[in-house]
Each structure stands twice: as structure tokens, then as C-alpha cells.
Design a protein around this ligand. Structure first.
Ligand SMILES: Nc1ncnc2c1ncn2[C@@H]1O[C@H](COP(=O)(O)OP(=O)(O)OP(=O)(O)O)[C@@H](O)[C@H]1O
Length: 418
């Protein structure tokens, strides 16, 4: 059996969170400043301190050469775990022992000094990992080529876009020969080509017998890359097993969440002046069906909290994803064409009509966003789940083929030998 690379024992992290100051800060009275100062000086005595356990009593082991997928919903503690392992933050209790040199790509930009150039940061990161100047020099060209930021390598990092920082951050973390590589959600940034390059590099690192911990919301990616998985929920480990077991738990929970009334969902982001309060997905019968048929009409009706006067609706967008989380199709009401309508009666509804649904049979979910008054007002992941059943597209029979062949069928024509 291979050696232990990571040993985590009863690891917990508690954060202090500021008590809501809204009532005082938003108080327009002339006593506002006085109230604020009194709260500031006396608060320590009178306010019970609010805390949050981002990670609770987590224990697990990772062997050398394991590729461990860390999955869980937003706020479940994944990034906190990686920050503790990379010593960016201290645990409240417990400990994590790591054998070997750690390369990490955490949140965008962490680990880089903003005033230093890309070149200087590469050497600084190498030095922190304990590498000699000549060793870093040998890797330098490879890092720069992988990151694709050649033209800006002598520009201070503070002028880089977030995409450029991630590219360079990943290149540094993966190429400076770490024995343990910690990667947090690199697939959320950058184009598809760069993401493929990252996945390829991570699997190369793993094949060389090094250990990788990979946080991602992309289930297809974690499943293809990892052999082991941990599923975190509210800071605790619910599954520590094979990657398939951890992914199955994630998918089951996503499915359960989408059954909760949307108006009662608290796991949403945005300003909240306009909210999504319901979704009806219907076939041509116009009855809420949640089962659609390939090639048949489909209607997505989004119910919004009433648009108050003064709120300027800008758009509603939604992404259809397969159950692994891969985006399949994106719709945005800002992209209007001649067939679109506006209705003066529609204060609280947005409808998207599809004449012939080009999706293959399977199960899908949608993420929905609403923008108004120049701000993102609401964003709900997995707002609804629906099934697509076998049908015909323009007379062409569509069977139950594997989703490995994609999820969309294009209306098309063949010309075949006669
Ligand atoms: N510095 C901090 N101060 C206070 N609370 C924090 C801090 N960092 C994280 N938290 C809280 O700890 C909890 C876990 O956060 P964490 O970022 O680890 O979750 P996550 O699983 O990585 O989420 P996501 O998938 O959205 O990145 C969340 O409730 C978060 O708000």
C-alpha cells in the first residue's frame, strides 16, 4: 500500500461573522453616527459574538497518488478545507499533516504579490516551495507557455485580469513539481481549451504518482479525473469513498433541493428586489408536466415577485445543464428576435417558448438569473429539474442514445449514396 500523503485529524474552523449592522448603518437619523460609535465601543460587551463553523471535526486520509475530488454545495466548506491544508489559514481545532511539497491554486490571486510582475511571482512562488533559482529557471519557459501570458510576464500582477491570474496561478502550482497539488475550482474561469489543458495537466501530475485534491462543481470533470471523493455538507463529511459514491450523493441532494418551493429557497444570490418565485415547465398541453418530449413544443414559465414601479427589468437568463452539471444550452431574454413579444400585462412572468425541443432523452436541470436596475437580483442554481422522453424531431426518430454522444440533436438533412 502506498504512503500517506495527507492526514487530517478532527479539523475544524470557526469564523467570526459580523452581526448585521444594517439597522444602524441604514438609519437616516442624525443620531446615526452616535449610535454607530456606541455600538462600536460597547458592542464587545453587549453583543453576543456570532460564529460559524465552516468546517466541523473533519478527519480523512489521502494516500500518495490518490486524486481526491472534494465536492459539496456552495458554502459547504470546500475552500476552507483547502485553505487549511495549504496553511493560508489556521485551524480552530484539529490538525492536518501533509507529507511533501504543496502547490496550491486557491481563490483567484491568492499566493501572488500584486505589485510584483508575473516573472517575479513565479520565482517567489518557487522560492516559497523551497526550490533553487536554477530549478525554477528550468521550469520557467514551460510555466509561461502553459499560462499563455507571455506578453504580460513583465507586467505587475495587479494589472492582470482574473482569467490571466488563474492561468498563471495554475501553471505555477502544477509545474513547480509539488508532491501534493491543491486546486480550487479552476474550471469556473477560463475558456474550454484552457480547462481541458488544466485537466490534462492534473491527470499528468497524478499519473506521476503525486497527490491531487481537486475542488469542483463540475461532476463530469471530477468523475473523469478523481479516484476518490469526499462530499461535504455544512462543514461535515457525509461521504468519504469512491468518486462515484460522492458524486451520486451530490446529484441526489441537488435533485432533492430542486423539489423545494423556489420561494422558500435560501441558497440564492443577488440583491433580491426581484425574485424568482416559481418555474413551470410544460409541454403543449400547458399543464405543468416536468416531462418534455424531444421534438415537441416546450414552455418555460418563470414567475417573478411583482415588479414594483421603479424597478427596470433587464433580462432573465437560464442555463439548461445535464445532471453532471455540464451546460447544454443557454437562453437570455436580452437576445430578442422578430418572433419575440412584449406584453404590458406581464408584471410577474417571463415565458420562453421552444417550438421543437432539440434535447435528447435524459434528465436536466436549470439555473436561473434575473437582472434589473443594473444589478443581478436573483440567481438560483437547480431551480427546477425536468425529464425529456423519446420523441421525433421533424419526423426523425430519436432513440435513447447515451449522453456521451452529447445532449442536443440539431435539425439536419443527409445526402446519402443512392
Ligand atoms: N473569512 C471568512 N469569514 C467568515 N465566514 C467565512 C469566511 N470564509 C468562509 N466563510 C464561511 O464559511 C462557510 C464555508 O465557506 P467555503 O468558502 O469554505 O465554502 P465552499 O464549499 O468553498 O463554497 P463555494 O462552493 O461557494 O466556493 C460559508 O458559510 C462561508 O460564508
Amino acid at each position: 500500500m502506498s504512503e500517506l500523503a495527507i492526514h487530517v485529524e478532527h479539523l475544524s474552523k470557526r469564523y467570526r461573522i459580523g452581526k448585521a449592522q444594517k439597522s444602524i448603518l441604514h438609519n437616516p437619523s442624525p443620531f446615526r453616527h452616535l449610535a454607530y460609535s456606541m455600538r462600536y465601543y460597547l458592542g464587545a460587551f453587549f453583543q453576543p459574538e456570532e460564529t460559524l463553523w465552516a468546517l466541523k471535526n473533519v478527519s480523512f486520509e489521502v494516500r500518495q497518488g490518490d486524486v481526491l475530488g472534494v465536492i459539496g454545495r456552495n458554502g459547504s466548506g470546500k475552500s476552507t478545507l483547502l485553505k487549511l491544508l495549504s496553511r493560508v489559514t489556521e485551524p480552530t481545532t484539529g490538525r492536518a499533516i501533509i507529507h511533501g511539497r504543496v502547490g496550491a491554486l486557491l481563490e483567484v490571486g491568492t499566493g501572488f504579490h500584486p505589485e510584483l510582475t508575473g516573472r517575479e511571482n513565479i520565482f517567489l512562488s518557487g522560492a516559497i516551495l523551497g526550490m533553487k533559482h536554477a530549478e525554477i529557471q528550468r521550469k520557467f519557459d514551460e510555466i509561461v507557455a502553459f499560462s499563455g501570458v507571455e506578453r504580460f510576464i513583465d507586467t505587475p500582477i495587479k494589472y492582470y485580469s482574473s482569467g490571466m491570474r488563474v492561468r498563471l496561478g495554475f501553471a505555477v502550482a502544477a509545474h513547480l513539481e509539488p508532491e501534493v497539488l491543491l486546486i480550487d475550482e479552476v474550471l469556473a474561469v477560463g475558456d474550454a481549451e484552457f480547462q481541458q489543458k488544466c485537466l490534462g495537466k492534473m491527470s499528468e501530475v497524478a499519473t506521476a504518482g503525486r497527490t491531487v485534491l481537486f475542488v469542483s462543481h463540475n461532476m463530469a470533470a471530477v468523475q473523469s479525473l478523481c479516484n476518490r471523493g469526499i462530499y461535504l455538507q455544512k462543514g461535515e463529511i457525509l461521504v468519504d469513498g469512491t468518486i462515484s459514491e460522492a458524486v451520486a450523493k451530490y446529484l441526489k441532494i441537488i435533485d432533492e433541493i430542486s423539489q423545494i418551493e423556489i420561494s422558500e429557497r435560501t441558497d440564492r444570490t443577488g440583491l433580491g428586489n426581484v425574485r424568482l418565485v416559481g418555474v413551470d415547465i410544460t409541454d403543449q398541453s400547458h399543464l405543468s408536466a416536468l416531462t418534455l418530449i424531444t421534438g415537441e413544443p416546450a414552455q418555460f414559465v418563470f414567475h417573478l415577485s411583482h415588479l414594483e414601479p421603479g424597478i427596470k427589468f433587464e433580462y432573465l437568463d437560464f442555463t439548461i445543464c445535464d445532471l453532471q452539471g455540464n451546460p447544454v444550452a443557454y437562453f437570455n431574454s436580452i437576445d430578442t428576435g422578430p418572433e419575440d413579444n412584449k406584453s404590458p400585462d406581464m408584471h410577474d412572468r417571463v415565458v420562453c417558448w421552444i417550438d421543437e425541443l432539440p434535447l435528447l432523452p435524459g434528465r436536466y436541470r436549470i439555473n436561473v438569473g434575473i437582472k434589473a436596475n443594473g444589478e443581478m437580483q436573483d440567481h438560483v442554481e437547480s431551480a427546477a429539474v425536468f425529464n425529456v422522453e423519446q420523441g421525433r424531431l421533424r419526423g426523425r426518430p430519436i432513440d435513447n442514445r447515451s449522453q456521451r454522444r452529447g445532449s442536443v440533436i440539431f435539425p439536419h438533412r443527409w445526402i446519402l449514396p443512392g
